[in-house]
Design a protein around this ligand. Structure first.
Ligand SMILES: *[C@@H]1O[C@H](CO)[C@@H](O)[C@H](O)[C@H]1NC(C)=O
Ligand SMILES: *[C@@H]1O[C@H](CO)[C@@H](O)[C@H](O)[C@H]1NC(C)=O
Ligand SMILES: *[C@@H]1O[C@H](CO)[C@@H](O)[C@H](O)[C@H]1NC(C)=O
Length: 425
């Protein structure tokens, strides 16, 4: 026979459980906090903070593209930039399958200008579908997309190197990008490419210069009028006249626009060997790409060394809305009493609590000191070995360098990896 107390206890527990279930299931979308928790350290506030959001294949779905950017806190309901100094990287394949690529390209163009005005940045990567459109392979172009451009002729005019879209691709899109997380010496950098970088790809180095030079020259040949008649209904023309062997390698199955090895190869040991080789060769901490969809989640391999962010965002696929969210901070190390244990900062449990005020723009202005000295050279076309020594004058001393990587979805947020170490500047 259960005692009266036991019955009451069970009742109370049942109510508590019910409450938990209800409060979880009715959690509004705004529960997803785009700004991660503040670093778990007794050392005070960060003096440098950089957030980076990466978004994968969008395939002509302007609605879902905007939803993802809103979810990530980068745009408002009017699709204007509210990301402040954040960096947005879109990893290509804006076009094909859906009807509204034109709107997404225009949106990116607008955001690029707005972000730049706030000290932020929009970086655009070319996908295999951008190049397909450039060389007249229109197999995945929808009739509605052609209509949006005003017909085949108008679409080709837009794509030509003196058209609005062709000029934008040549000026502001690249095949790969190496993005440092801070302007300071030895800053970790991230690599972004649409497909997979292959360690044995012949034109990997110097990175990212060589790949981007080849992309630029191939694209400008393809976009020099007259553009070839699109296939279908015309026959496939292949790569533009006068292309070089290296340009053909860039667009080949094993090149950065098409290869899927880092996403698809099952042998984990092999993939992690590739990751280590690439990280060393390219001088980056992570290799991030799209192209190979997983319709449920952002895929992290080899402890976040490789991250594949294509989740089939477009309704043409019906996958999940997602973005990769990275927050990098530098926090001064306060003088400690002798022999104090500092090992607990690695404790992943410590990031469980949110500080909702963290990352608001008012606070950010205080955090980011020395703004004048801060010049993030994320330009993939420039020399990757930036001499940051001039800028380090802004920060001197010992810092906790922390990088938090999350996958964010409509209703949840999942930690991928946290890296933290003490550095001297
Ligand atoms: C590239 O982006 C910059 C910065 O927003 C913009 O001023 C420029 O017009 C763009 N270039 C082209 C050719 O669209
Ligand atoms: C970086 O700049 C400093 C000061 O201008 C100079 O002494 C140093 O040689 C430069 N280092 C590299 C790698 O260019
Ligand atoms: C994964 O990376 C984190 C951060 O660098 C590190 O603390 C952890 O030990 C790594 N885990 C494995 C299995 O390598």
């Amino acid at each position: 026979m259960p005692t009266r107390q036991a019955v009451i206890l069970v009742g109370v527990l049942a109510i508590a459980l019910l409450y938990l279930l209800i409060s979880n299931s009715t959690a509004p979308k705004s529960e997803v906090k785009p700004h991660p928790p503040s670093p778990s350290t007794e050392n005070g506030e960060p003096v440098f903070r950089q957030r980076l959001v990466a978004v994968g294949d969008l395939h002509g779905d302007i609605q879902n593209a905007q939803k993802v950017l809103r979810m990530a806190g980068l745009i408002d309901s009017q699709a204007n930039w509210i990301g402040g100094q954040d960096i947005l990287v879109q990893t290509g394949d804006i076009v094909d399958r859906g009807a509204h690529a034109l709107d997404i390209y225009k949106l990116m163009q607008k955001l690029r200008g707005q972000a730049a005005g706030k000290g932020g940045r929009v970086l655009s990567i070319l996908g295999n579908h951008e190049i397909m459109n450039a060389i007249g392979d229109w197999r995945y172009v929808t009739q509605d997309d052609i209509k949006e451009f005003g017909g085949t002729k108008r679409r080709q005019e837009a794509l030509a190197k003196d058209g609005w879209l062709g000029a934008e691709w040549l000026a502001n899109y690249s095949v790969t990008a190496k993005v440092p997380l801070s302007p300071y010496t030895h800053s970790p950098a991230l690599s972004f490419t649409h497909g997979s970088l292959r360690p044995s790809f012949p034109n990997l180095l110097p990175y990212p210069k060589k790949i981007n030079e080849l992309g630029y020259s191939l694209l400008s040949k393809a976009l020099t009028p007259p553009l070839v008649p699109p296939y279908p209904p015309n026959p496939y023309s292949g790569l533009p006249k006068g292309h070089t062997r290296e340009e053909a390698e860039l667009y080949a199955e094993g090149g950065p626009l098409w290869w899927r090895g880092l996403a698809e190869r099952e042998d984990e040991k092999q993939v992690c060997q590739w990751a280590e080789e690439l990280k060393t060769k390219l001088g980056v901490r992570r290799i991030i790409g799209g192209h190979t969809p997983n319709f449920e989640r952002i895929v992290s391999r080899c402890n976040g060394s490789i991250i594949i962010i294509d989740t089939g965002i477009s309704s043409a696929y019906g996958g999940v809305l997602s973005a990769l969210d990275i927050v990098y901070t530098l926090t001064p190390v306060k003088d400690r009493t002798e022999g104090k244990d500092t090992g607990h900062r690695q404790d992943p449990l410590m990031i469980a609590s949110f500080d909702p005020s963290y990352g608001t723009s008012a606070k950010k202005a205080d955090i980011v000191k020395g703004e004048a000295e801060r010049q993030i050279d994320a330009n993939e076309n420039e020399n990757e070995n930036t001499n940051a020594s001039a800028e380090t004058s802004a920060l001197k001393g010992r810092f906790i360098e922390r990088e938090e990587v999350h996958a964010i979805y409509e209703k949840r947020k999942k930690l991928i990896v946290v890296e933290e170490r003490e550095i001297s500047l």
